[in-house]
Structure formats: structure tokens, C-alpha cells
Design a protein around this ligand. Sequence first.
Ligand code: ADP
Length: 462
Amino acid sequence: MADAETATPVEENTVRLQVAAARQEESGQGIARMPRSAFQALGITEGDTVEITGKRATVAIAMSAYDEDQSLEVVRLDGLQRGNAEVGSGEHVIVRAAESRPATRVVFAPANRDMRLQGPAQALKRNFAGKPLTAGDLVATTGQQPVQNMPPEVRRMFNAPAYALTQIRLSVVSTTPKGIVHIDENTEVELRAEFEAPRDARAVVNYDDVGGIDDTIQALREMVELPLRYPELFTRLGVDPPKGVLLHGPPGTGKTRLAQAVANESDAEFFTINGPEIMGSGYGESEKALREVFEKAGKSAPAIIFIDEIDSIAPKRDRVPGEAEKRLVAQLLTLMDGLEARSNLVVIAATNRPDAIDEALRRPGRFDREIVVGVPDEKGRREILGIHTRGMPLGDKVDLTELAKATYGFVGADIAALAREAAIDAVRRIMPKIDLDERTIPPGVLDDLYVGREDFLSALKR
Ligand code: ADP
């Protein structure tokens, strides 16, 4: 008998596969798609549990690859799974057959701040029944998250803040026994109320969460992820990776989210500087704050510093009235010049007004790469709709392609708001079935809760 703390390999054999991203609609389901050849080598069939090891080991349910992938030595994993295995797309993992044991106890905790679940233990038991789990993993389920801009009449019904259905992420805090387990009817499931920092808090946003801008992701991966992950490639070639990348595009197109995703997927620390916020500090304070972030990031490399709305920190110097603003631009230039090209630190800055920033910032060695983040087309909107309705129970008539057509001109932030509004409508519909004096909602009512086509259409009209 092998060490009881780890999975028992059913077969000696393992396979080595290259990681690719899961299809978006399958994201969050805990499955790994692999070619039939891998099933044969491992002696397993569809639905069996596999252990997937990158820098860390995680578990998944094995499913057969799509036809077009059968000849590739590829395993498709979603962003959560890649985070759990600590591996990026394009890298390799070792897959082996594994067995899960029934758990006597599993403890979950919210992996996002501001999250709560209602009637949790039962719902969680149902959602995760039979799926392999292991402590330290982040997993996805449907739950409730606070809603901003909740209409007052709905807010009054709930106790503020109000919550809407969305896909939420939980960390598996501990399991008894340890190792790979699954939940069955005898498992005691506990949900900690408090946010518990997951093993890797940064695994929370990844490429799967940014839709409709595949080319942009690809460009940023090459400019940022590659040098952060494999600095030796660049040293070997004698070329310097970029120190600064400027993202430009209209507000709400996903620039911030993209920068976070790149940091997570490159295993880099993420630091944010908010332009307008830093401008608001007192005399000399703004420069100091900038210096401090650069210093901290330098010590935590590999790291990414994200400067949001850089135009407010670094406007054209001949256009600014005060000395203070001029000094701040100068400080930023000094900091950029002080960065060593191979320091494993990249600064990503975002603006929707690229022409408003000081030209000196765009010289070589500073923000010398630029990527445009555009307004999504129909296909892109379809993808973003998929992301924001992921984990929502959708009515049969909901057609995301129809909605993608109807949302011409929407950016990602608009689509996120639309999905939120539609979910609120769905909640409104079941309100009459709820006894407001009761603190919890009966499970039968929650089962009837779905977001329908009408909810989206009426949200669209607002
Ligand atoms: P920006 O930095 O370009 O202003 P953000 O990244 O802050 O935009 O986007 C705001 C919110 O809008 C995100 O948190 C996300 O919910 C949604 N969003 C925007 N763009 C996208 C996208 N391309 N894919 C998915 N969601 C998006």
C-alpha cells in the first residue's frame, strides 16, 4: 500500500501531455480532456479520476478529447485547474490514474472576499457530489455575490448588500482523509463563512476570464509572460525583454482584468497603481508612493506593476500647469530608466487616451510596446457573455448568440452589467415565493431560480 496521504496510482504508467486551454463553456467543471491514446496508456475510461502534476498536483475527471484534438498530445484544462497545477498553457504536465476515497469531512471557504452562500452545506454537497477534490485547490460552483447598483426595491427585500447568482470560487481548505477524496451522502461538508486566502490568491483571475481579445492575449503573453517565465531564453539570445507595455483602448474593455490574468498565469506578483488616486496624495507624497511600489515590486520579482489611467500621472509636460505634475512625470521616467532590463519586472500601463501621455514615456527602454485593446465584435461579445453567465442557471430559451447580436457596441463591462441585471430580474421573479421573515430560502425555491431569455431582454431595454 502506498503512502496513505497521497493518491494510489492504479497503474505504474503516466503520460506527459502539453497543456491547452479548456473550451470556455466547459470551464469550471473540473474535467480534463485527453486523447484516447492517453486513456489506453493509463488504463482508464471516461469519468475516471486523474492526478495532474505541473509544479503542483491537482485532480480532474478524465474525458475524451474533441475529435480534432485526438491526434494531439494535449490535455485541456481550464484556468482554475492550470492555477491548481501551477502550470501555463503550452507547458507540460504528468497525468496519472488516481483513485479518490469517500470523504468523511470537507471544509470549503470562499476564495473571494465579499462572498456568501445561502443554505450552503446541502447545495455544495449536491454540486460537488462525486467530483474528485484535494486540499489546496480552488474549485468553482454557483453562488451569490454582492451586486452593485441593486435597485432599491430589491435591496429592501434582502438585507443590503444584495447578492446575485454567479459562478463563485471556493478553496478546499481541508479534507478527511487527506489526499484525493470525493463527497458522498455521508460526507460532512462545512463552509467557512470567512474569506480564507487561497493557497494562491492570484489564481482567481486568468485568461479564461477575459473574452473576445484572443489576439491581445497572445501578444501580451509573448511580450510579458514569456520573459517572466523563461528569462534564460532572453539572456541566451542577448536581447532585452520589454520593461514597459502600454495597453490602450476604451474603458471597460478588460485592460485591468487582462493585466491581472497575465500576472496570475505567469506566476508573478501583481501591484497596482491607480493614476487618479496617486495624483490625489499630498506634496511629495505621490512620488514617494510611486517609488515605494517600484521598490516593493523589485523585491518580489517576478512581478508586474499595473498603472491604471497612466494619462493622469504622466500627461504631456508642456500641457500641465503645476510643478507637482511635472515632478511626478519625471519621477516615473527615472523609475522606468532605473529598472534593469532583466530584472523580471514588467510595467503594464493602461490608458484610453494614448495621445495625452508624455512622449518621453514612449521612448525605447520605457513603454516602447503598445497593444490596442479594442471593442469586441459579435464573436467576442458571445465569448464575454459566456464568461459572465458561466455558472448561472440559464433558462432553455436563452440564446447567447442572439444576445451577442443584440449587444452591438457593448464592451466587456457593459456585458457584465447586463448579466448582473438579468440575474436580479430572475431573483425578483421568485421573490413572491419567499417568506421574507425567514432568514434562509427553502432549497426548492432555489432550484426554481433560473435566468431566462425574458430577463436578458428586459435588462437590455434599461
Ligand atoms: P478596463 O481596465 O479596460 O477599463 P476592466 O478590466 O476594469 O476594464 O473591466 C471591468 C469589468 O468589465 C471586468 O471586471 C469584467 O467584469 C468586465 N470585462 C471587461 N472586459 C472584459 C472582457 N474582455 N472579458 C470579460 N469581462 C470583461
